[in-house]
Design a binder for this molecule. Structure first.
Ligand SMILES: Cc1cc2nc3c(=O)[nH]c(=O)nc-3n(C[C@H](O)[C@H](O)[C@H](O)COP(=O)(O)O)c2cc1C
Ligand code: SF4
Length: 713
């Protein structure tokens, strides 16, 4: 598909943009701890500018630094001492004909750094007391990062209800920050009026209970925002472009913002001088699933209708956000349903999205797999990471792989075609090595194939990796179990071992029964490979599985995902032993296919390997589907009709037609050990080195490639 509309220029007020791509604001925690911008954050934004985006909205930045910050390494805008760092960053971005806006914000009730330091938090009125469902899902390691969130006295946040003086002072701080950004060279500012921060808490009827002219009607609740827009325009001049981010809806919030409130607010913002409305949404963070409804929606095109309604109501441009696919944006913009495509996660996963689209190479875009690792890092006050793009946040360090001379002609063998092996092959090939990859299964993907079956976005990554290897000319041998002797005969300069984890079901009583399958057997039944599970099936089921294999149907993840909605060699009642990433994603897959699922796990926390946000979503969904999840189960035993276990010193039995053991993955460097014993130089990555799933595999591949390339320099 071509994207003429996305590639066409347009305007925000006096600012002309070269195409319709806007990188939305994303807090990174890459700024310095004193609020200044230095090399790390500048290089990160420069990379996105180089990638062809027309406008970058820099991350949430505090107009009142050190106050009003929602993360430890937040950009400060409250003093002229921030200007040199900001100016340097802006200049780096503008070098690529990319405009940049600062997102000016006061974090209001989300100002966790004020809680940490014992400062009062500014609110329109006292917020209702709510517990967070998220907290109980955190692992002990994650909880460590929240240790300071009780404040110096451990009593949690202290609130200060804002009076008129506070409102006037904060309005001036917004205007001063905007003017400082203008002096630093920013092309525009975006006022953050969404996501539960200060201005949004005035806009939300759920939080704002004031009875003065800042509370009650929509017009009153929007008064503070309107005053801020006017003050910014007055200070920076009418022509200085001001964007405003608003929530069109607050998900799972009683008496929250609704579309009509939003449309009235947007019109008031336009009247006050706003040059663009950025249509986002908010979700009650206390409810597990809500954060993946907003502001990071799981559903594609989640806020499209909101953007379209805004476009109909306003005469200024509208930016849509929220997991928007390129084809959808091209159609919508060309039909006049909105003006700009706001991209968040897609630009983290591949900073060159815009450039690839505008140069007809959209099929080379590295896909986001919607794993929520990026934002979960922010939740635990850590620098942002991307599962699929291990270079993100490292742009300030020299990327040795760009020096092709040192690697040119080196002969590399990669053993294992999972995400880690493919990533190493891709990087080394890009660096100039001659790479051959060997995979024993008939298809590339390794265990990520089963992960793709359970969670569709994972499949896009495997497909992209396979396409990239082909494009780069990597020699791929699938269905080939390469031996040590064969490797020795090929005399490679280096061998990368990415053979994956050893998966053996632990010693659970009764595990050999016909109704019990381990992960390998299940994978073999659904996707081909190991045939050991088939012998446990009845004649009819065995026949269907055999025909599926014979016709090659089990090789297509897409086909298996669809076909498994109609039939699977799995009974109606399924008990999964093991509530880690694999068990929980499998439960999600089975529940979606109408099975009654129970998960039994010996640990007290489920799915610790999943990012917090994805974990919260999937556990919420499983609960909603009636999936029972048993934690702390001991003495687990498989029986002909179900699983018996002990919990709280009580024995319990859960009936099951099929039992799946999803426990027992461990690192397996044995192939590399054999190579070493034969004098062949090798390195181990991915699950073979340490079980770390897709993100671990991708990141370890990068680390190894950097190490090899620096050795050869
Ligand atoms: C890691 C991360 C940090 C974010 N931080 C901010 C922020 O600082 N300000 C903001 O307005 N939105 C923030 N967002 C929301 C994004 O701007 C965007 O609206 C959202 O991710 C939906 O777009 P997408 O589906 O293209 O990712 C953040 C999103 C992510 C993934
Ligand atoms: S971390 Fe995951 S969700 Fe975030 S951008 Fe990367 S792939 Fe997408």
């Amino acid at each position: 598909m071509s994207f003429p509309t996305l590639s066409s220029p347009s305007k925000i007020g006096s600012l002309t943009l070269k195409n319709r791509f806007i990188m939305t604001a994303m807090g990174s925690n890459y700024a310095e701890s004193d609020g200044t911008c230095a090399e790390r954050i500048a290089a990160y934004y420069e990379e996105r500018a180089r990638g062809g985006t027309a406008l970058i909205v820099m991350e949430t930045s505090s107009i009142a630094w050190p106050e009003a910050c929602s993360m430890p390494n937040m950009v400060g805008l409250s003093d002229d001492r921030f200007i040199p760092g900001l100016s340097a960053l802006v200049a780096r971005v503008q070098r690529y004909d990319c405009a940049i806006a600062a997102q000016i914000n006061h974090s209001g009730k989300v100002s966790q750094e004020d809680v940490v330091e014992g400062r009062p938090i500014l609110v329109p009125s006292l917020p209702p007391k709510t517990g967070s469902g998220m907290f109980r899902l955190l692992t002990d390691g994650e909880i460590q990062h929240f240790i300071k969130s009780g404040g110096p006295d451990g009593k949690g946040p202290r609130y200060k209800v804002m009076n008129q003086r506070d409102i006037t002072r904060i309005t001036e701080q917004f205007a001063d920050a905007a003017e400082r950004c203008q002096r630093a060279g920013f092309d525009a500012v975006e006022i953050h009026g969404g996501h539960g921060y200060l201005l949004a808490s005035f806009l939300s009827p759920a939080i704002n209970k004031r009875d003065d002219e800042y509370g009650g009607s929509v017009e009153n609740r929007a008064r503070f925002l309107v005053e801020v827009i006017r003050a910014v325009k007055e200070k920076c001049g009418r022509d200085y472009p001001v964007m405003v981010r608003l929530d069109a809806h607050e998900y799972r919030v009683d008496n929250g913002i609704e579309i009509d409130d939003f449309l009235t607010t947007a019109k008031l913002a336009e009247g006050a001088g706003a040059d663009l409305i950025d249509v986002s949404a908010y979700g009650n963070i206390g409810v597990g699933i809500a954060f993946t409804e907003a502001p990071l929606p799981h559903q594609p095109d989640a806020y499209k209708d909101f953007a379209q309604r805004a476009k109909q109501a306003l005469s200024i441009p509208v930016m849509a956000v929220g997991r928007i696919e390129l084809e959808s944006a091209e159609r919508a913009i060309s039909r006049g349903q909105y003006d700009f495509l706001g991209l968040g996660r897609k630009i983290l996963a591949d900073p060159a999205v815009a450039q690839k689209v505008t140069s007809n190479q959209a099929n080379t875009i590295r896909p986001c797999i919607y794993c929520y690792i990026c934002v979960s890092q922010i939740f635990i006050n850590q620098p942002m990471l991307c599962a699929v793009n291990a270079d993100m946040g490292q742009e300030h360090l020299p990327l040795i792989a760009t020096d092709r001379q040192s690697a040119l002609g080196k002969r590399i063998i990669v053993v294992g075609g999972g995400p880690g092996g493919m990533e190493a092959a891709r990087r080394l090939s890009e660096a100039g090595c001659s790479v051959s990859l060997y995979e024993q299964a008939p298809d590339l993907g390794g265990t990520a194939r089963i992960a793709a079956l359970a969670y569709e976005p994972n499949g896009r990554l495997i497909d992209w990796q396979a396409r990239e290897l082909k494009r780069l000319g990597v020699t791929i041998h699938t269905g080939t179990r390469i031996t040590i002797d064969a490797i020795k005969a090929l005399k490679p300069d280096h061998v990368v071992v990415a053979t994956g984890a050893r998966r053996e079901a632990p010693d659970i009583a009764g595990k050999d029964a016909r109704n019990v399958f381990d992960g390998e057997e299940m994978r073999g039944l659904l996707l081909g490979g190991s045939t050991s599970g088939a012998s446990k099936l009845n004649v009819l089921n065995r026949l269907v599985v055999t025909i599926g294999r014979w016709m090659g149907a089990t090789r297509s993840i897409k086909l298996v995902r669809e076909f498994s909605r109609l039939w699977m060699p799995v009974g109606q009642r399924v008990t999964i032993i093991g509530g880690g990433l694999v068990g929980i994603e499998l439960a999600e897959f089975l529940v979606e296919r109408g099975r009654e699922v129970t998960v039994v796990d010996p640990e007290k926390k489920l799915a610790p390997e999943l990012s917090i946000v994805r974990r919260a979503r999937v556990l919420h969904e499983l609960e909603e589907h009636g999936c029972e999840m048993i934690r702390n189960a001991q003495a687990i035993r498989c029986e002909p009709n179900g699983v018996r276990y002990q919990s709280n010193e009580q024995e319990t039995f859960v009936s099951a037609d099929t039992i799946i053991i999803a426990l027992g993955a461990e690192a397996n460097p044995s192939f590399a050990d054999d190579l070493t014993a034969h004098g062949v130089k090798s390195s181990v990555i991915g699950d073979a080195a340490a079980v770390g799933y897709i993100d671990g595999a991708i990141h370890s591949a990068r680390a190894l490639c950097q190490q090899l390339l620096s050795q050869w320099q």
